[in-house]
Design a protein around this ligand. Structure first.
Ligand code: ADP
Ligand code: ASP
Ligand code: MG
Length: 447
């Protein structure tokens, strides 16, 4: 028997009552196999919860409470549209709890002028509890509290899932509710640690939740429903001519997500790979339109499948003649990164220098002081990585040359080839990243 399917709907797919009607219809159409619906918060809600938190920390309690109230009213309006003026008790309770809990968190934050990560997660994850309460009531499907299944560590704000425990909890609490013909509803993005304290998986984490749940219940497919027709050849906000990619290998998709394609949370692919579960990315506005299938078999076979970009990044270069033949030199450089907890992304080395990119938000001052003892240090901020990803990238002669050719008047400051040979990363000034992508897209995808 085939396993149930996961249907994950992102914020734009659950923006209002009509969209939720659409979600319910799609789930019912596919209910034969059994469906676990994984929802995000209504679009914009997580942002407004963070904004309320910031207002409270700044001491502006009235503004924080106005934002909270607007968020609550929006849910009341959608709920009444779908369910009628007298809301079911479960929805009323979810809304009342949000009002009370978040009011207390925000007032406390305004008083203390501080919002510890632990409390921030109570705030940030509330949108998912509300959207799912409303949809579950509308469909008449069981509502599963993801905090009772998605067990994580206690790194609030970007908690790590504990997959073994999630598997056990899902077998007990989810599997019985998603047999053939059945639909159940749960939340993306949120979980809880062993003590029961609410956690979140990091912004955009609902995709990751979907694939974790999929692996935990042995789903036959993980469907990510969003507002574009699958994974496109480039971010459509940068290159409007970007077009859908039909087939992608797990490696290609993971690489694109890691290099900034916002359409998938970077960790989404991993749980699916281990069990070989196909992941599809679909457009909830055009359900019968084109979509992307990511699986073991479906590697694109293309030299360049898609482009992605991430920034800002900072490039740190250490140069010294001592590198020539100096054993242990590289080790001492990376030891310094490790000691300062600065995570290195791309690396490129020459006879006399080592360049590495790190997240633009990383605090590198102390690291730079230590590195200065090893050589001359140069720090360049406000750079971006532009990545070309493709299964046959390095097996196809001429791709790097062609890429650099179309960028001839854009300064490419660093080049790095992924170890798995499916990624060519170029570092450029952040202000030029969009133009670089437009040129590369024209060269590789628009004939
Ligand atoms: P959701 O709310 O459904 O999770 P997101 O906003 O997180 O949706 O992700 C979808 C958005 O990702 C698209 O609307 C698009 O603007 C952006 N995006 C960036 N890169 C890509 C890409 N390569 N393919 C498709 N969408 C992309
Ligand atoms: N609602 C969360 C966010 O906006 C999680 C998600 O949508 O994936 O980050
Ligand atoms: Mg998303």
């Amino acid at each position: 028997m085939k396993g149930p399917i996961i249907m994950k709907f992102g914020g734009t797919s659950v923006a209002d009552a009509d969209r939720l009607r659409g979600v319910a219809a799609l789930a019912r159409e596919r209910a034969d196999a059994g469906v676990l619906l994984v929802l995000s918060a209504f679009s914009g809600v997580t942002d407004s919860l963070f904004a309320a938190g910031r207002a409270a920390v700044a001491g502006n309690e009235p503004e924080a409470l106005v934002l909270l109230d607007a968020m609550i009213q929006r849910h009341r309006v959608v709920a009444a549209d779908l369910l009628g003026a007298a809301l079911p008790a479960a929805v009323e309770a979810a809304i009342a709890a949000a009002e009370a809990d978040l009011g207390a968190v925000l007032k406390g934050a305004a008083l203390l002028r501080a919002l510890p990560e632990r409390s921030l997660d109570i705030l940030a994850g509330r949108g998912e509890l509300l959207s799912t309460a409303i949809l579950a009531a509308y469909i008449g499907a069981p509502w599963i509290d993801a905090r009772t299944v998605m067990r994580t560590d206690s790194r609030f704000g970007s908690a790590k899932p504990l997959t073994e425990e999630i598997g056990k909890l899902a077998a007990e609490k989810i599997l019985p509710l998603v047999g053939p013909g059945k639909i159940a509803v749960t939340q993306g993005y949120i979980g809880a640690d062993a003590s029961g304290a609410p956690t979140t998986l990091g912004r955009g984490g609902s995709d990751y939740s979907a694939s974790l749940f999929g692996a935990a219940i042995g789903a036959s497919e993980i469907q990510i429903w969003t507002d574009v027709e699958g994974i496109l050849t480039c971010d459509p906000r940068v290159v409007p001519a970007a077009r859908p990619v039909e087939l992608l290998g797990y490696d290609e998709a993971a690489e694109l997500a890691a290099y900034g394609a916002k359409v998938l949370h970077p960790a989404t692919i991993l749980p699916a790979v281990e069990l070989g579960i196909p992941v599809t990315v679909r457009n909830s506005m055009v359900p019968d339109g084109r979509f992307t299938t990511i699986s073991r078999e479906s590697a694109s076979g293309q030299p360049v499948t898609a482009l992605a970009s991430r920034g800002p990044v900072t490039v740190i270069t250490v140069s010294t003649p001592r590198m020539l033949g100096g054993a242990g030199f590289l080790a001492s450089i990376f030891e310094a990164y490790g000691r300062h907890g600065v995570s290195v992304d791309l690396v490129s080395t020459s006879e006399v220098s080592v360049s590495a990119t790190v997240d633009g938000k990383a605090d590198v001052a102390a690291l730079a002081r230590d590195l200065a003892e090893l050589g001359e240090v140069r720090i360049e901020r406000d750079r971006a990585v532009v990545a070309l990803v493709g299964e046959r990238l390095l097996k196809t002669p001429g791709v790097p040359g062609r890429a650099l050719g179309v960028l001839s008047d854009i300064n490419v400051e660093m080049i790095s080839l992924g170890a798995n040979e499916i990624n060519l990363s170029l570092v450029v000034e952040r202000g030029q990243a969009a133009e670089a992508q437009r040129r590369l897209h024209a060269a590789f995808f628009e004939n």
